[in-house]
Write a protein that binds this ligand. Structure first.
Ligand SMILES: [Zn+2]
Length: 442
């Protein structure tokens, strides 16, 4: 395997600072050496101008929701417009169209600097809920899509059994279900996602998994990532409290589900007690601010959670936007709007959420840092674009000024996936998206 050396004009290195003139040697899919302070590139090194940061982790994705972007804003774009269109797309997917759509969406992610995605996967079966010949055909499609787009994936196989507390699945939801958590666990036990992919586990939400079956999912996850949607909207809390006399966070806590390998997605409407439980357990919370604002969910208590001991990761969830810099700065901006005060998170804290912590929440603790032994993921941000020029060369320029369009070069697992803003594996990503979305929409 050839040894490659990159020379970064500037790079963000542990424990969270920008170093100048950084040589990064790569052997296979790993970083083997990081050398700071070279004023000139070594003769055979590949020169990366701008600021090079570790690969970004998109810790919460539903790839097929990308087909809704724009279309669910028609008229005034109510929640019901969104939900009807979402079920409409879900009903049209099959393993081939899911592969094509997810491949294009993951390619869009790589253009935004994402080197690892957590796909919260619940479109498991045929349209009426009948299993495919291979009951994991859809899971194989989504893992293959990531390989073809050139990023790593954690397929978070999601247990989704009910359409609400004590409500059966119906219509387009039928294909999400596995009868019960034991059947779900049996299917997942037979699922091998292949090279560059890992398996995670999820309780879709306390709405979609009966309380007495949550423990089965938790024990299945064992030492792998366990994810769950939690308290995204107030209606979920009200239904949970009415049925169980507890908040969704308390129900998960009853099953020992709030440990360091757990990620609670959204965590928007929490009580003080919830915040304490999540922080004490050392769980991760995954904020998805561009989706949370698109769906009018509300603003979660990010700073309070982190102060209580929670870790923070970020996701683009419904893909109303795929831009992890936008997710990162939105955490701070939303806190400012809610509190009428500036200064809650530093750019370095937000970038750590987007890289190191995000990878850990997906079960890749050996990624998200530019250091020897880590996965060789390098994302180079242009600091001389119309958006970033004159913003300085610190990490604030990336987090508070750059957009996905400023990502110029991406190395994922040692392989160049984006060069000069071009996706090398998929080619014309706009066209791939248009074709794949056209196949699953009217
Ligand atoms: Zn979600």
């Amino acid at each position: 395997v050839p040894l490659t050396t990159y020379w970064c004009e500037a790079a963000w290195v542990p424990p969270g600072r920008v170093a100048r003139g950084v040589g990064v040697s790569i052997d296979g899919d790993r970083i083997t050496a990081v050398v700071e302070g070279a004023s000139e590139p070594p003769p055979d090194a590949i020169h990366l101008a701008g600021l090079t940061i570790p690969g970004l982790a998109n810790a919460h994705s539903h790839a097929f929701h990308r087909a809704l972007r724009g279309r669910t804003q028609r008229e005034r774009g109510t929640f019901w417009t969104w939900r009807e269109r979402m079920y409409d797309v879900a009903a049209r997917l099959d393993p081939d169209s899911y592969l094509a759509l997810a491949r294009a969406v993951f390619a869009e992610m790589t253009l935004a600097g994402v080197t690892c995605v957590g796909e919260f996967h619940y479109v498991h079966h045929g349209p009426q809920g009948q299993p495919y010949d291979d009951p994991n055909a859809m899971g194989h499609a989504v893992a293959e899509a990531a390989r073809q787009a050139g990023l790593r994936i954690t397929v978070i196989d999601t247990c989704y059994l009910t359409g609400g507390i004590d409500k059966p699945l119906e219509g387009p939801q039928l294909r999400f279900g596995d009868d019960d958590a034991v059947r779900w666990a049996e299917r997942v036990a037979a699922y091998d996602p292949g090279v560059g992919a890992r398996v995670g586990f999820a309780v879709h939400s306390v709405r979609a998994v009966p309380r007495e079956q949550i423990g089965t999912v938790v024990s299945c996850a064992d030492d792998a990532p366990l994810h769950a949607h939690v308290s995204e909207q107030r209606a979920e809390n009200e239904a949970c409290f009415a049925a169980y006399g507890r908040t969704p966070t308390q129900v998960l806590d009853e099953h020992g589900a709030l440990g360091p390998l757990t990620t609670l997605v959204h965590a928007t409407h929490l009580t003080d007690d919830d915040v304490g439980l999540i922080g004490t357990g050392g769980a991760c919370v995954c904020f998805c601010p561009t989706t949370e604002r698109d769906l009018a969910d509300g603003i979660g208590p990010a700073r309070r959670l982190v102060d209580a001991g929670a870790a923070l990761s970020l996701g683009s969830d419904s893909h109303a936007v795929i831009d992890i810099f936008e997710e990162a700065r939105a955490v701070e901006m939303d806190e400012r709007l809610a509190s009428e005060e500036r200064g809650h998170f530093t750019a370095a804290e937000l970038l750590a959420a987007a890289t190191d912590t995000g990878h850990a929440s997906l079960g890749w603790p050996d990624a998200g840092r530019i250091e020897p032994g880590a996965y060789a993921d390098l994302v180079t941000v242009d600091l001389r674009s119309p958006r970033t020029a004159g913003c300085g060369d610190g990490v604030e320029a990336a987090v508070f000024a750059a957009t996905a369009a400023d990502v110029r070069h991406v190395v994922a697992s040692g392989r160049v996936v984006v060069d000069q803003g071009r996706q090398l594996l998929v080619g014309d990503v706009g066209r791939a998206l248009a074709d794949a979305i056209g196949a699953v929409t009217e």
